[in-house]
Design a protein around this ligand. Structure first.
Ligand code: SAH
Ligand code: SF4
Length: 358
């Protein structure tokens, strides 16, 4: 097959140049661009205001991205999870969560696998394969935008909380965020980057001048506990991490969200809540509590709702706000890295079909 041009690799200028080279008037590039980002569609055939000859040439010589859907599941709560195969055979996941208040949030990956090795995380348990390019990151959001557009709806929010550590792939992640804003029209305040706590990159991000939200995966309030769960803590201990967070808040005036996966009897105790409260008191911060999603390689259990309530009440005593995030898509392995793990388990057992995915 002759190599095709991925239109999601091109800037508007590059697209204009390509189509001019094909003898098309200049306004055609703007038309195609609108189909790529403003009213995204999944095929060139659907670009109804283009001449038939151009649609045929685009179909023959260009592509709308490089991701191939390798599995897809839809949850009872409307969450859609996709496993994509990349051209080199790597697998990555993206999730779209519809909310009652009309938000449509895409959770996208920044790496195939992850090098950070957090013990409770399905992606961490897989290890690192490679960084994604900015185009591969953007394309995941584009596909959900296409699906929603076809339903007369639109993608409103994006979180970089899928597989991988965005700040380990800093340049591509930031370029992707800029493109999601400029090309796909997602407001900066509707984009969240979540990091395990890479201190130099948190400081660099504070200096970018972006209005994008920042979430930090904290999960424990002492270096011993955090280091046992998140190996990165041995490189960047809590004191350095908190200094970087304070620098971010000072520089941007924006609040930081701290992610905390509640694990029964481990980090949902009054001691941990009190230490966290002390650490965050007076800081422009919010704590997002997520009951642990059980994974094959980790034997912790999610906390019960009573423990979560007690945890929140203790934090309130320090003036620290906290909410429990509802777990979405729990019936379809929608947690980070979980669908890929499930598919790999199935593949080891036998050849899978989509119905085999739990
Ligand atoms: N690498 C980044 C972003 C991807 S992980 C980070 O770590 O922040 C997105 C979020 O899911 C993180 O807060 C991570 O700690 C959390 N997470 C990973 N595995 C989880 C699990 N099994 N249960 C609950 N949360 C989990
Ligand atoms: Fe990587 Fe985030 Fe999973 Fe840790 S929690 S292994 S940083 S994806």
């Amino acid at each position: 097959m002759p190599s095709t041009i991925n239109l999601y690799d091109l800037s508007l200028d590059a697209l204009t140049e390509l189509l001019s080279g094909w003898g098309q008037p200049r306004f055609r590039a703007k038309q195609v661009w609108a189909w790529l980002y403003e009213k995204p569609v999944a095929s060139f055939e659907a670009m109804t205001d283009l001449p038939g000859t151009l649609r045929e040439r685009l179909t023959a010589e260009a592509s709308l991205g490089v991701l191939t859907v390798s599995a897809e599941r839809t949850s009872k709560d409307g969450t859609v999870k996709r496993l994509y195969e990349l051209p080199d055979g790597q697998l990555i996941e993206s999730v779209m969560m519809p909310y009652d208040d009309h938000r449509r949030t895409a959770c996208i990956s920044t790496q195939a696998g992850c090098a950070m090795g957090c013990t409770f995380c399905a992606t961490g348990q897989m290890g690192f394969a490679r960084h994604l390019t900015a185009a591969e990151i953007v394309e995941q959001a584009v596909h959900f935008a296409q699906i929603l557009h076809a339903e007369g709806d639109r993608l409103s929010n994006i979180v970089l909380m899928g597989m991988g550590e965005p700040f380990h792939n800093y340049d591509a992640s930031i370029e992707a965020v800029r493109r999601l804003m400029a090309d796909l029209g997602i407001g900066a305040r509707h984009i969240t980057i979540s990091t395990v706590g890479l201190v130099p990159q948190i400081r660099q991000f504070a200096d970018e001048g972006l209005q994008v939200k920042l979430a930090i995966s904290l999960h424990a309030a002492t270096d011993d506990e955090r280091g046992a769960m998140l190996p990165v803590n041995r490189r960047y201990p809590l004191a350095d991490l908190m200094d970087a967070c304070r620098y971010y808040i000072e520089k941007t005036g924006r609040r930081v969200t701290f992610e905390w996966a509640l694990i029964a009897g481990k980090n949902d105790t009054p001691e941990q809540a009190n230490m966290l409260g002390e650490m965050l008191t007076g800081m422009l911060a919010h704590v997002n509590l997520i009951p642990l999603n059980p994974t094959g390689g980790y034997d912790g259990r999610p906390s019960d709702p009573e423990a979560a309530k007690r945890f929140i009440a203790l934090l309130e005593g320090y003036g620290v706000s906290a909410t429990v995030r509802v777990r979405r898509g729990i019936d379809i392995d929608a947690g980070c890295g979980q669908l890929k793990s499930a598919v790999i388990r199935q593949q080891r057992a036998k050849t899978i079909t989509i119905d085999d995915i739990p």
